[in-house]
Design a protein around this ligand. Structure first.
Ligand code: C5P
Length: 226
C-alpha cells in the first residue's frame, strides 16, 4: 500500500447500526458493532484522506484525525450523509441501516395493561440511503461503495443488489457465527459494477478496509476528477 495515496481526497464513511425508537426507552436495532466502518475511517486517514465518519450508535472511540458525526436513526443518518456527500470523492455505506421503523413513536413509555394483549407494532419503510447516494451522485467522479450481508447465494444475491443499488462496489459478507458482527475479523467478496470480483480472505477488518480503498483508488484513476 503506497503511503498517503489518498492525500487530497475527502472520503465519507457511515458506520454502526441505526436505532429506531418505539418510545423513550425502547428501540428496534441491529447487531452491527461499527468496527468495519471505523476500520475504513482509520485506514483512509492513515493513507492521507480527509475523513468524515457518520457513526450510528457505535460504542467505539473516535479515530484520531477523523471528523465524527454521531447519529441515531436512519432518517438522521440519511440527513448527515446527504449533507456531507457533495464534498466527498468517495462514499462508503458500511452502516447497518434499519429497513423499517415503527410507524408511530409514543412519547410516553409503552405500559403493560392488566388482562390485555399487547398491541402489534406496525412498521414503515426507511429510505434506501445507498440507492439515493448512488443514483443522485452529489459530485462528479464520486465513487460509491455499499456493503451487504448475505446468508446464501452470495454471488447471485450480491450481483443483484449491486445492480439494484447502483453503486460502483459492493462488499459482500457471508454472515456466519464467528464472522462479521462484533468480530475483529471479516471475510468478503468485493463485487465491481465493471464485473470485477475481488475475494478478501478471512483476516482483520483493517485488511478488508485497505482492499476497499485500493479498489476505490483504482476507480479514481479511471474517472475524471472534479
Ligand atoms: O438492502 P441491504 O440492507 O442489504 O443493503 C445493504 C447496503 O445498503 C449497506 O451498504 C447499507 O448501508 C445500505 N442501506 C441503506 N439504506 C437502507 C438500507 C440499507 O443505505 N435503508
Amino acid at each position: 500500500m503506497p503511503q498517503a495515496d489518498l492525500a487530497g481526497r475527502h472520503v465519507l464513511v457511515s458506520a454502526g447500526g441505526t436505532r429506531e425508537p418505539l418510545d423513550p426507552v425502547r428501540y428496534l436495532g441491529n447487531r452491527s458493532s461499527g468496527k468495519q466502518g471505523y476500520a475504513l475511517a482509520r485506514t483512509a486517514a492513515a493513507r492521507g484522506a480527509r475523513v468524515t465518519l457518520v457513526a450510528a450508535n457505535a460504542a467505539l472511540p473516535d479515530p484520531a484525525g477523523v471528523d465524527v458525526v454521531p447519529v441515531g436513526t436512519a432518517v438522521q443518518l440519511r440527513e448527515a450523509m446527504l449533507r456531507a456527500a457533495p464534498q466527498a470523492d468517495a462514499v462508503v455505506m458500511a452502516a447497518a441501516v434499519a429497513d423499517f421503523r415503527p410507524s408511530v413513536y409514543l412519547a410516553g413509555k409503552i405500559k403493560k395493561q392488566d388482562g390485555q394483549e399487547p398491541q402489534p407494532i406496525t412498521l414503515v419503510r426507511n429510505p434506501d440511503i445507498l440507492a439515493e447516494l448512488s443514483t443522485g451522485r452529489a459530485k462528479g467522479g464520486q465513487v460509491v461503495v455499499g456493503f451487504a450481508a448475505e446468508t446464501d447465494d452470495v454471488l447471485a444475491n450480491g450481483r443483484a443488489k449491486l445492480a439494484r443499488k447502483g453503486c460502483d462496489l459492493l462488499v459482500v459478507n457471508e454472515v456466519g457465527e464467528r464472522k462479521t458482527f462484533g468480530s475483529e475479523e471479516n471475510e468478503a467478496l468485493v463485487l465491481g459494477a465493471d464485473g470485477s470480483e475481488t475475494p478478501v480472505p478471512y483476516g482483520p477488518k483493517e485488511a478488508l478496509a485497505d482492499t476497499v480503498w485500493d479498489l476505490v483508488q483504482q476507480r479514481f484513476r479511471q474517472l475524471p476528477h472534479s
